[in-house]
Each structure stands twice: as structure tokens, then as C-alpha cells.
Design a binder for this molecule. Structure first.
Ligand SMILES: Cc1cc2nc3c(=O)[nH]c(=O)nc-3n(C[C@H](O)[C@H](O)[C@H](O)COP(=O)(O)O)c2cc1C
Length: 216
């Protein structure tokens, strides 16, 4: 299968249109089909080994969103956006989780799980060698989902604000994650920019490509 590609001009326009929204238009909601596409981008996020060590909590309930600014450094985006996505990372990658993943590969690809034993052993070695560091690793994977979500949103004309200015432990309480296998890592507010948000016109501040890209 081939896919149509964006041209460079269109891509550049999308990347420049996107900015971290400070003020959302609380009256504008993302429609269902656009939302489905955004959820697909979360599900389709690549991860190391393909392990997908995450949950994406989608908050669209006005009551729950209203509780979030108080635990987000008083930022208004989680309340005024259309959908607030919270990336939660898996605290432990245990053998049961690995085996669930192996079973999933076997089912999706119609292969016997025994044929995946070599791959299972490789992942098991990684799990054992990184004991105590699983959450940091899972969090890294969750950030890949954040990046993909932001870019896909911009491609669809949906605004976003990535949010680390949140109190993760308080989010865990509000979202019911306390005591679960997952914990809050980062959030992404999605919706539509308010016409008064002056940050939309602010010039992008980036180092020169020559400062950050090294060609060898
Ligand atoms: C992981 C991450 C966390 C961020 N957290 C916040 C946040 O809590 N509140 C906010 O207003 N902006 C937040 N930002 C936005 C950045 O400040 C912004 O992306 C950066 O200044 C570049 O500006 P631009 O995205 O508008 O091009 C965050 C960005 C990233 C990537």
C-alpha cells in the first residue's frame, strides 16, 4: 500500500500553524469523526519492542475538566479545551504483561505463540536488566504518543497544548489512577484556540538548524 504524502510547503505550514495554546475557545468542541482520528493516532503510536506501556485517559466530562486547573499550576487549558488527554505510563513491566503482549502478536498475526519465544526471551532480558527503571522507560514511550498526537492534531487543524505543568500525583487522584498499574506522566489539551490568544501570533523561538542538527 502507498500513501499520499504532504508536500514540504504544506508540512511547513502545519508545523508553523501549531503552537502551544494558552487560551482555548471553551465553546468549540472536536467533532466525533475528528476525535476518532486523534484516538487512532494514540493507538498507532510506536513503542520500544511494541510493548505499548501506557493508558491514555481522555477527559471530556465538564465536571472532571473543571477540577484540573487547580492541579495544573492554575493553567486554564485543561478546563477550556474540548478533550484533555492524560498519558499514563505503566509502572512495572512484568512477565504477565509481556505474555499478554506475546499472545496479542500471536492472535493478530495468526502465528503460534511458541514461534515468538525467541522474541519473548529478548524482551524478558530487557525487563530483568532494567528492573527499577520501568517507569522511566514507560514514560519515555508515553512522550512518543504526545509528540505523535500533537502533530496529527495540527495536521487535522486541531489545536493543542502539551502539558507538563500538572501535578501528576493529584491527577492520579482525580482520574482514579491511584493504586493502579499506571501513573500520570504528561497531558495534552486539545480543542480550538481562542481568537484572543496572542501566543498564536508570537514568533517561533528555535535555535538555528545548524545549532541543533549535526551532519557527519
Ligand atoms: C512536554 C511539554 C510540556 C509542556 N508543558 C506546558 C505547560 O504545562 N503549559 C504550557 O502553557 N505550555 C507547555 N508546553 C509548551 C512549550 O512551552 C512550548 O511547546 C514551547 O515553548 C515551544 O512553543 P510552541 O509549541 O508554541 O512552538 C510544554 C511543551 C512540552 C513539549
Amino acid at each position: 500500500m502507498t500513501v499520499a504524502s504532504l508536500n514540504e510547503t504544506h508540512l511547513s505550514a502545519i508545523l508553523n500553524w501549531r503552537y502551544a495554546v494558552k487560551k482555548f475557545d471553551a465553546t468549540k468542541k472536536i467533532d466525533a469523526s475528528t476525535w476518532d482520528a486523534l484516538e487512532s493516532s494514540l493507538v498507532m503510536t510506536p513503542s520500544s519492542f511494541g510493548l505499548q506501556p501506557w493508558k491514555f485517559i481522555v477527559v471530556s466530562s465538564p465536571e472532571i475538566k473543571a477540577k484540573l486547573p487547580a492541579v495544573s499550576w492554575n493553567q486554564s487549558q485543561p478546563a477550556d479545551c474540548s478533550h484533555m488527554v492524560v498519558m499514563a505510563a505503566r509502572k512495572q513491566i512484568d512477565v504477565a504483561y509481556l505474555d499478554r503482549f506475546i499472545q496479542r502478536i500471536a492472535a493478530v498475526r495468526s502465528v503460534p505463540s511458541e514461534s515468538l519465544e525467541g522474541y519473548r526471551q529478548v524482551i524478558l532480558g530487557f525487563i530483568n536488566n532494567s528492573a527499577g527503571r520501568h517507569l522511566a522507560w514507560s514514560s519515555n514511550q508515553a512522550y512518543i504518543a504526545l509528540g505523535q498526537l500533537m502533530t496529527v492534531a495540527a495536521s487535522l487543524g486541531v489545536d493543542a497544548c502539551p502539558m507538563e505543568g500538572i501535578v501528576a500525583s493529584e491527577y492520579d487522584k482525580v482520574l482514579g489512577l491511584e493504586g493502579s498499574e499506571y501513573q500520570t506522566v504528561v497531558g495534552c489539551a486539545l480543542g480550538y484556540r481562542h481568537p484572543d490568544d496572542k501566543y498564536a501570533e508570537a514568533k517561533k523561538v528555535r535555535f538555528e538548524a545548524s545549532d541543533v542538527i549535526v551532519h557527519l
